[in-house]
Write a protein that binds this ligand. Structure first.
Ligand code: ZN
Length: 69
């Protein structure tokens, strides 16, 4: 028996590719803390949008105009 058989298959990594929902979820998780992050669409600056009394209610990319709400 070879020890190589115990290694995880390399193609298993493909299943870890983030989906669009994952990317948007991560971006939202960051901006919801009040921190700007990278726009998932254009890699520009995704800035949190604030509402008085409600904290961060969304985010908008200053480069391509994409919004998260
Ligand atoms: Zn953008």
């Amino acid at each position: 028996m070879s020890a190589a058989l115990a290694a995880p298959p390399l193609h298993a990594r493909a299943a870890a590719e983030p989906t669009l929902a994952d990317v948007l979820g991560e971006a939202w998780a960051t901006v919801s803390t009040g921190v700007a992050t990278e726009c998932p669409v254009c890699a520009g600056s995704l800035q949190p949008r604030w509402s008085a009394g409600a904290g961060v209610v969304g985010a908008r990319c200053g480069d391509c105009g994409t919004t998260l709400e």
